[in-house]
Design a protein around this ligand. Structure first.
Ligand SMILES: [Zn+2]
Length: 106
């Protein structure tokens, strides 16, 4: 069992104690806050991973269509350009919806 210093009075107390026996400072709330911060960081990291995955998927799609169109007729190139321009129109909406979902998940 390790000893930690009370953030309030500096008294050495058990890290498992819920509160400081000397000054009554609540260590439980500190631990809960730390746990909340860790959880928020995990959520943030997950969200960033999803964003990265989405970006990679988009990149792969564009590369695929670029590769496909290099062997293709003018019509396919035109289809590709239409696809890309429609993607650019959709992208801000996807990002906004993603942000809204992230905010409401918390
Ligand atoms: Zn204390």
């Amino acid at each position: 069992m390790a000893l930690i210093q009370c953030p309030d009075c500096g008294n050495m107390i058990s890290e498992n104690a819920d509160s400081c026996p000397k000054c009554g400072y609540s260590l439980k709330s500190v631990r809960e806050r730390e746990e909340r911060l860790r959880e928020e960081k995990r959520k943030h990291d997950r969200a960033m991973m999803h964003l990265l995955e989405f970006g990679l998927l988009l990149f792969a799609l564009i590369l695929f269509f670029l590769f496909a169109s290099s062997h293709a007729t003018e019509k396919t190139v035109l289809n590709f350009l239409t696809f890309v321009s429609s993607m650019w129109a959709i992208l801000p909406i996807v990002i906004i919806v993603g942000i809204i979902i992230l905010i409401f998940k918390k």
